[in-house]
Design a protein around this ligand. Structure first.
Ligand SMILES: C[S@@+](CC[C@H](N)C(=O)[O-])C[C@H]1O[C@@H](n2cnc3c(N)ncnc32)[C@H](O)[C@@H]1O
Length: 294
């Protein structure tokens, strides 16, 4: 097969599909880690989740969409907020994440929360205007078609419905990711992170994306927030590896000697940052929000 004569749109579509396949595989690998470590990830995130929910104006009885819901953490926190009279639909690309979210919802008796797998962020398979609010925690930067995702979210909202998204995972800003990024770029191929197209734009780029998707009253705010908690540096490094599919796949492909060397370097770095015991990294996260004018 030749690509000669392929329209640029078609080529972009193929590249987007390749990114999704890579992301799906990476997050499928990380799903057990997200299920296992959900408490260590959830407790520190509570404050920023609250802020994200406030910006989306979540209230009792609301119908809420959670895009890139992962193992269900934010969706189930939203389910508590909307109560039994509301409804939360979590959508994610990776079936094992959706399975983990369903099992957590069953465990918690959250009958108002439902979870589904989607094939792409720009085709959500929900009726137009059927949600009062939408959220997306730490999901947008991984999506190849962010503009399409934002348009799809806006279409899913009723007129006046609000969207709020949290962005984290900027190497160099959030410390655990700095360790990860540092070790991986020093010791492995940059492509080993699987993040070539999954990078942050600047704040201005994100607000412009929301505006061109048709959101109004778009705002962005940055704040420092805790990221996770671990008892000590070695436990922290295991958590970082097990909850990052791209890193896990690169790390498990190393021979034992290289893996040990990476492990030692990462643990040494984390221990130097938190010499007195528990590892409680914090970093800058960005919260975006906007309204569907209808
Ligand atoms: C860092 S996790 C965040 C999960 C969850 N929002 C949370 O905060 O606990 C990123 C999630 O984005 C999902 N994801 C990545 N690319 C996606 C896409 N194109 N469409 C939908 N979900 C995607 C992954 O499968 C993964 O569950």
């Amino acid at each position: 097969m030749t690509t000669t004569g392929t329209a640029p749109g078609a080529a972009d579509g193929l590249l987007d599909e390749a990114v999704r396949a890579q992301q799906r595989a990476a997050w499928a690998l990380a799903a057990p880690g997200w299920a296992e470590y959900r408490r260590d990830l959830a407790a520190p995130a509570r404050r920023v989740d609250e802020r994200m929910f406030r910006l989306a104006r979540l209230g009792p009885g609301d119908r809420v969409l959670d895009l890139a819901c992962g193992a269900g953490g934010p969706a189930l926190a939203a389910a508590e907020r909307v109560g039994r009279g509301g409804r939360v639909l979590g959508l994610d690309l990776a079936p094992p994440m959706v399975a983990a979210a369903r099992s957590l919802a069953r465990e918690r008796g959250a009958v108002q929360a439902e979870f589904r797998t989607v094939a792409a962020e720009n085709e959500l398979g929900v009726p137009p205007g059927s949600f009062d609010a939408a959220v997306c925690r730490a999901g947008l930067p991984y999506m190849p078609d962010r503009a399409g995702a934002l348009r799809a979210v806006r279409a899913a909202l009723r007129p006046g419905g609000r969207f709020s998204a949290l962005l984290a995972d900027e190497p160099g800003v959030v410390s655990p990711f700095r360790v990860r990024h540092g070790v991986v770029t020093r010791r492995g191929p940059a492509a080993g992170t699987g993040r070539r197209r999954a990078r942050h734009g600047g704040l201005g780029e994100w607000t412009a994306l929301l505006e061109s998707a048709g959101f109004t009253g778009v705002r962005a705010e940055a704040r420092r927030a805790p990221v996770f908690e671990a008892e000590h540096a070695a436990a922290a490094w295991v958590l970082i590896v097990r909850t990052s599919g791209a890193l896990l796949s690169w790390y498990s492909g190393l021979d034992e000697r290289s893996r040990d060397a990476v492990h030692r370097e990462a643990v040494r770095t984390l221990a130097a940052w938190f010499p007195d015991g528990p590892v409680r990294p914090s970093g800058e996260v960005v919260l975006l929000c906007g309204t569907n004018p209808g």
